[in-house]
Design a protein around this ligand. Structure first.
Ligand SMILES: [Zn+2]
Length: 191
């Protein structure tokens, strides 16, 4: 999970009737580069993704927030299914559109950890199942690719060339890339 910036709602009138309005959904999707707001999986290629209610819209929860732009996000089906209607107001899930998740979460190898003492980090990881086997496997593949690319940079003895290659590799941990929190942590550890 990384910090996202909520775009303005492109079509507030349509939002009032349909929270899944395609124009508005596309804006949310663009804001996270087509990635899930929770797990950073690219969801657009294989699956269209869900418009997520950060606070559940269920009748006994927050039905008045069903069409509230600030309560919507872009999410993959797996995180959405894991989360369901869970949301504890006393220990709210981290909202990457309004706060920086790095204050609560750390990418440690292929595992998402919460920062010491962060109950909100811990509950977010459990609720959205951020260490499910499928995610750990895909993060491991991503990090292995990055490791190979890093090794290739160090195969040359030409320092200038090495710097160019390393600089180019920095783009691999750009926020637009899948699992960028994990790639950035590996890159930082190799500096
Ligand atoms: Zn997800």
């Amino acid at each position: 999970m990384i910090r996202l910036h909520r775009p303005a709602c492109p079509n507030p009138i349509a939002l009032r009737a349909n929270y899944k309005n395609s124009e508005n959904k596309a804006a949310l999707e663009g804001a996270s580069n087509g990635k899930c707001m929770y797990c950073e999986s690219h969801v657009s290629h294989v699956y269209f993704g869900d418009v997520e209610h950060i606070k559940p819209k269920a009748e006994n929860r927050f039905p008045h927030l069903e069409f509230e732009w600030s309560n919507l996000g872009f999410c993959c089906a797996r995180c959405n299914n894991a989360k369901k209607d869970q949301f504890d107001e006393n220990c709210p899930l981290i909202d990457p559109y309004s706060e920086d998740p790095s204050e609560h979460l750390i990418a440690f190898g292929t595992i998402m950890r919460h920062k010491a003492g962060s109950e909100r980090g811990a509950i977010t990881i459990i609720t959205t199942d951020l260490n499910r086997a499928e995610l750990i496997e895909r993060r491991a593949m991503r990090l292995a690719d990055l490791q190979h690319a890093l090794d290739a940079c160090y195969r040359t003895s030409n320092v200038a060339l090495q710097n160019i290659l390393l600089h180019a590799l920095e783009a691999e941990s750009d926020s637009s890339k899948e699992f960028s929190l994990f790639s950035a942590a590996l890159m930082a550890a190799n500096k």
